[in-house]
Design a protein around this ligand. Sequence first.
Ligand code: ZN
Length: 563
Amino acid sequence: MRILRVVVVAALVLVVGAVLLRALDRPGAKLYVGGSIVTMDSQNRVVEALAVDGDRIVSTGSRAELQAWAQEAGAEIVDLAGRTIVPGFIDAHGHFPGAGLAAVFVDLNSPPIGSVENMEGLVALLSQRAAETPEGEWIIGIGYDDTLMLEQRHPTRHDLDRASTKHPIGVLHISGHLGVANSAALEVSGISAQTPDPQGGLIRREDDGGRPNGILEETATEPVQSRLIPGAMDVLRMLERANELYLEQGVTTAQSGSTDAGLVRVFDWASWLGMVPLRLVVWPTPEAADSLLAGELEAGQWDPLRVRVGAVKIIADGSIQGYTGYLREPYRIPPGDDPLYRGYPRVSRDELIEQVRRYHGAGLQLAIHGNGDASIDDILDAIEIAQAENPRADTRHIIIHAQMAQDDQLDRMKQLGVLPSFFSLHTFYWGDRHRRIFMGPERAARMSPAKSALARGVRFTIHCDAPVVPMEPLRLVWAAVNRKTRSDLTLGEAERISPMQALAAVTIDAAWQHFEDDVKGSLEPGKLADFVILSRSPLDDPETIDEIEVIETVIGGRTEYRR
Ligand SMILES: [Zn+2]
């Protein structure tokens, strides 16, 4: 016992020592020259020198202007050798550290993200994991995409039973809005022929009657989703992996959407211990928001510039490629026999209105997931009702994805001060299938309508929704600028935006969305020294922005990644 106590005390001393050392190790003064500095300030100035000291930006301008300061401050002169500095990329929406999930669960993604090309491949990966896992323990797979598999269908419990009948197996669709359970998983979750569909979800059944076929939609995925909570060591592995994946892509602020109270606490601790060099903006679940409002949960206590609680995340509908996005008009090719099928809301309209009222009334920002235009109607109605009851200025309520936002809805967003955050990589990853299967050419051409938003003066952001697709801000910018599908088709030429506009959507506008534009998002005196050195300027040669390399990622003046 005594030895244990000594070990614990020694470990604590080491940890506190490391934290103190980190705090005392102030980054020195540096002058970056010899390349271009894209400031993203209000004039979109591009300058030739950037001066930083400690964790802040001192100044930007010409080399001649900053030379005297450099001498006086004894600054190190850093030669960019023709490279370009841009503000650090700010994640407008994602699920940090979900990108690290593949380090813990079975990665069932298809190329270019993973390796699954058909049902055999999916079953093989799960069998492999089953062989290494004690009987009775859950096996969880993530990221499968029916539309990228040879068979063009979801797995059923029968497919998953081929991987194991001795382990409960749950796999989650790439959208996160559908899941599949094998027979053992259905059994331990108590899902049988007698189980009714839950509200806001569906248990798909076999043709012969009521027996579940294993495929679960929306709220019915809960038994699988609830298994996605990794153990303590797994969380550390996820954090480590996610950190690497974000830093090597130039991300300096990560976003964690739908975060429960436990994870909020983990973030605070991990950040304090220096295990998360990224800055975090956390969007609590409604339950976690209730705990915050009741004073039972605190966050960002040690440094709000490291961990900050932002909007309350609410999910109004599902995913269009999962046939659960809620549309005004029917899907082009319906999933079943009903030609008028147009998806469904995940929460009832009344419940949505109630939730929006509650959190808007409490003075909080809202981030509401809405893909389909029928869902966006409900969200805008709810915000309008809440505003009428309780007028608030500058709420920056967000509609996440806003994929099918129509012109009349963008007009309402302008009027209500709502901002859309577009998942602009949809055009690349799913554009061909949206055109052919889900939306048809006309509607697909105007999904994620960034240009239409600009035309109305609706400020917006763009996001990767990692781990739905990998965290790649430069590919995201490229997607918003070019709108190329995987088959190299330009989908919706009219909705393309300029590189400068797309860059703003992952820097200064994303900072604005998070109410952090006073300290982040542009390279201006007094702001945090969060920036990225790129192999070339993203403002040139728009067609190959996705090929630009991240050379170095700097957070608070500290180099956290170097290629
Ligand atoms: Zn998301």
